[in-house]
Each structure stands twice: as C-alpha cells, then as structure tokens.
Design a protein around this ligand. Structure first.
Ligand SMILES: NC(=O)C1=CN([C@@H]2O[C@H](COP(=O)(O)OP(=O)(O)OC[C@H]3O[C@@H](n4cnc5c(N)ncnc54)[C@H](O)[C@@H]3O)[C@@H](O)[C@H]2O)C=CC1
Ligand SMILES: O=C(O)[C@H]1O[C@H](OP(=O)(O)OP(=O)(O)OC[C@H]2O[C@@H](n3ccc(=O)[nH]c3=O)[C@H](O)[C@@H]2O)[C@H](O)[C@@H](O)[C@@H]1O
Length: 432
C-alpha cells in the first residue's frame, strides 16, 4: 500500500484517484476548484462517466479516498504525487502549461523527504525537465524527488474499464529506480510495462493520439471519395480492417474527431514540430480534414433544403462521443453553431450533455427527449452515436417530422432500412 496524491480532479485524476484507492492505496485527491472539492467531499461526482460514481463511493466509504484543496494536507504525506491537471490548447496551438507550472510549484513547496512526482497530464516533450526545475526551485532544501513521465491512454466513456485494463504502462525517467518504483503500483494490472527515457515517453503519448486522429481523417477522406464514386465506406472499412496490418479500429467515418485531447494534442505536436524546425504537413492536413467534415455535413443539409434561415432542424447528440457529457471541441457543438449561424431554428437533444451545451449555445432550444426534438422538423441530424439513437423508433420519428430528411453524421443506420421507412437518408461516405 502506498500513499498517493493526485493533483487535478478532472477525468483522469478522478478515475485514477478512485482506481488507485480501489487497489488498496491511500489516496488524496487535490484540486484548486473549491466547488468541485466540496461536491466530491459530499459524494457528488462532477462528471458523467459510467461506473465512476460507484468506484468513488466505495473507496470514500472505505476511507481510502479523500478530497482536499490543500496541498499541505496531501503532498507531505505522499510517496507519489501524480500531476493530472489540464493542458488545453493556447491560441497558437501550443499546450497551455499554466496549471502544470502552478501545480509543480505547489508540490515543490510542500515536498518532504523523498517523493516521486509522476507527470500523467499530456505535456510537451521536455516537460519532465521543466517540472523538475520548478520543483527544485520551490522545494525545501532537505526534500528530494524524482520526476517520472507516465502518459495516460484511457478513453472517456470507458475510463473505468480502461484504468483497470490498460493496453500498456509507459514510464519515462532518467532515474531507472524511480521508474521501477512507479511500476510496482501498476504491477497488479498485468499490463506490459515499458520503461524508457522521459522524452520518448512524452512523445509516445502525442504520437499515439496523432496516429489515431490520422486514421480518422484518412477514413473521412476515403468516405468523401466513396460518395463521389459510388462506394460504401462502411463495407470498405470492414474489408480493410480484416487485414491484421490495418486492423478494424478507428476507421469509422463521420463528422470528425473531437474531445479534449485529439484536436489539442495534434495541434500541440504540430506546434512543437514547427518550433523544432520540422514541417509537419500530415498533422496539419489531419486537422484540416477534421474541420472540413463538420462544414461538409451542414453543406449537405443546405443542398437538400436550400437556405436554412428559419427552418426547424432537430439535432440528436451534443457530446463529442457517446457515453460522456464532455462537449470540449465536440463536432456536434460545431454543427450546432453552424446551423445557428445560418439562421436555423435548432432543437437539440442529448441524453446527458444538454446542460453544458445550453450554457455554451443558448440560441438553440433543448428538448427533454429525442421525440419532442423532432416535432415539426424539416430535417434530423445525428451528431453523436449514442445507443439511444441507434434504438430509436424511426417510424414514430417520421410521423412527428414535417419533412422526413435524416442526415446521419455517425453512420449509425443502414441507408436501405431508413429509406424503406420513407426517409431521405444521407450518411457519410455512403455513396451506394
Ligand atoms: N480526458 C481524458 O480522457 C484524458 C486526458 N489526458 C490528459 O490528462 C490531463 C488532464 O485531463 P482531464 O482530466 O480531461 O482534465 P480536466 O480539464 O477535466 O481537469 C483538470 C482539473 O485540474 C484542476 N486544476 C487546475 N489547476 C490546478 C492546480 N494548480 N492544482 C490542482 N488542480 C488544478 C482543475 O480545476 C480541473 O478540475 C490533460 O493533460 C489531458 O490531455 C490524457 C488521457 C485521457
Ligand atoms: O488523450 C486522450 O485524452 C485520449 O484520447 C482518446 O480518447 P477519447 O478522446 O476519450 O475518445 P475516442 O474514443 O478516442 O474518440 C475521439 C473522437 O474521435 C471520434 N472517432 C473515433 C473513432 C472513429 O473511428 N471515428 C471517430 O470519428 C469520436 O467520435 C470522438 O469524437 C484516445 O482514444 C485515448 O487513448 C486517449 O487517452
């Protein structure tokens, strides 16, 4: 059993805090957001993540997990301190390191004895050196420490499963012994453990997100060609995916990738590359295709309806993917904004993300269920592949709409089935 501080109670910090506690460690969850910490102390989990409420409840009740805003309560008592604060994009596309810097300084000030600081946030290559320097400058003379880079690969929506079944554990350190000590925390998970230098570990994270994003932009480009040449991207992706060198994952065409990580991490990698004198053409193109997908989707609607001004349009889905309430860089939100900008009267529905979306786009209306969203609509757009939409009663939807036009931005339906119900159906890359 170890004593662990997790700095930053966002998606990654909360899931890790609860998971490490569940594995028998004593965990302090630290955040500067007083409202968030107050909620957590009352047992209210501030994000929607399947299975997380129960995991947190169980470990709070067992006394293994507590939350605080006070570094001085948590860090001096801890053998390991995990930095899990956000690293969003700056205006230039670089990673915003303000939260990391401030966390490193606070950790430094509160360091006692020997502590291993673990960089779990996604940070630009070289950040291990920065964190080391900031802690060294702030710490009391007698305290000693090591910094290990430990990038994270969990997905939102399945984070609780992923945290206990990681594909690999990557540990980057100049100090091999520190990396081996962190490895002990993970040994019980039976995942491959790769110990490397710090910069390579930091790069593994960016390169992993970039290749997944590249696959999505690649398949979206192929989808566009399928539309023009009369092929069906679904079966094309299936046929490609049987090849073990290609594999079936991340070949779903749609309105593009979103979320708090792919766009920002590809931007940050491109920024780092340019700063280093490289010419990251592929990364720029991946981002360009991704933005185009959203605009192309709305253009398809305009091709069918002409002007969108004053037209009642239903939008199903607001989160950046299913099973999360996260709307950061959500393609669905971009589609919503494009519709609103073009004067459409949008009524949106999402199983969990509506409160966040309503705060961001108050011009739209938000319906209590998918069926009231489509009442009187001239078209229904699907922007997030929630199961609830896959299982919807489309005959009822058609009855409620003014014009039965369905634009499926996530290819969740079979064109022939939907057309058989009397809809005009348009998917992404479904040229047959
Ligand atoms: N969200 C995800 O699925 C994944 C995220 N990551 C990376 O993990 C990092 C964290 O991401 P999220 O969990 O999404 O972040 P988030 O944005 O959801 O949460 C960050 C938290 O850090 C807190 N914070 C900010 N400054 C602080 C400080 N000085 N001291 C203590 N707390 C502070 C904020 O109040 C907030 O609660 C990012 O670098 C991200 O790229 C990596 C893999 C998956
Ligand atoms: O660094 C991160 O934060 C995380 O980013 C992604 O996880 P996440 O953003 O939660 O979600 P994904 O399931 O990867 O989906 C990202 C986006 O791509 C889209 N997508 C995904 C797959 C696909 O085939 N097509 C496609 O358009 C999704 O709809 C979503 O908008 C990675 O999958 C995680 O490994 C990584 O840890």
């Amino acid at each position: 059993m170890a004593v662990i501080s997790i700095i930053g109670m966002g998606y990654v910090g909360l899931v890790y805090g609860a998971a490490f506690a569940d594995l028998g460690n004593q965990v302090y969850g630290v955040d500067i957001d007083t409202d968030k910490v107050a909620k957590l102390q009352r047992g209210v989990v501030p994000i929607y993540e399947p299975g997380l409420d129960e995991l947190i409840r169980r470990n709070r009740e067992a006394g293994r997990l507590r939350f605080t805003t006070d570094y001085a309560e948590a860090v001096p008592a801890s053998e390991f301190v995990f930095i899990c604060v956000g690293t969003p994009s700056t205006f230039d596309g670089d990673a915003d390191m303000r939260a990391v810097r401030s966390a490193a300084e606070m950790i430094g000030r509160n360091l006692r004895g020997y502590t291993i600081v673990v960089n779990k946030s996604t940070m630009p290559i070289g950040s291990g050196d920065l964190v080391t320097q900031l802690i060294a400058e702030a710490k009391p003379a007698e305290a000693t420490f090591a910094v290990v880079s430990n990038p994270e690969f969990l997905r939102e929506g399945s984070a609780v499963y992923d945290v206990f079944h990681p594909s690999r554990i990557v540990l980057g350190a100049d100090d091999r012994e520190a990396a081996e000590t962190v490895a002990e925390l993970y040994r019980v998970l039976n995942a491959p453990i790769l110990i490397t230098d710090r910069r390579s570990a930091e790069m593994i994270k960016y390169a992993s997100n970039a290749i997944l994003a590249t696959r999505i932009s690649f398949i979206n480009e192929i989808a566009q060609i399928c539309e023009q040449l009369g092929a069906d991207i679904k079966v094309v992706a299936q046929g490609m995916g049987y090849d073990p060198r290609i594999g079936p994952h991340f070949l779903e065409a749609g309105i593009g990738f979103g979320g708090s990580c792919f766009p920002k991490d590809v931007r940050a990698l491109a920024y780092m590359a340019e700063e280093a004198g490289c010419h990251p053409q592929l990364l720029h193109t991946v981002l360009e295709i991704n933005q185009d997908q959203r605009r192309r989707f709305v253009r398809k609607l305009q091709d069918l309806l002409g002007s969108l001004h004053g037209r009642p349009i239903a939008l199903w889905g607001l989160s950046f993917k299913q099973d999360t309430d996260d709307i950061r860089e959500s393609p669905a939100i971009d589609v919503l904004r494009l519709l609103v900008q073009r004067g459409a009267e949008v009524t949106a529905y999402d199983p969990v993300a509506m409160p966040h979306a309503a705060a961001l786009v108050p011009e739209a209306r938000y319906a209590p269920d998918p069926y009231s969203a489509v009442e009187g609509a001239d078209a229904l757009l699907i922007a997030t592949p929630w199961n609830e939409f896959k299982q919807a009663d489309l005959s009822r939807v058609k009855e409620l709409m003014r014009t039965p036009i369905l634009l499926d931005g996530r290819n969740i339906y079979e064109p022939a089935d939907v057309r058989a119900l009397g809809f005009v159906y348009v998917g992404v890359g479904r040229g047959v």
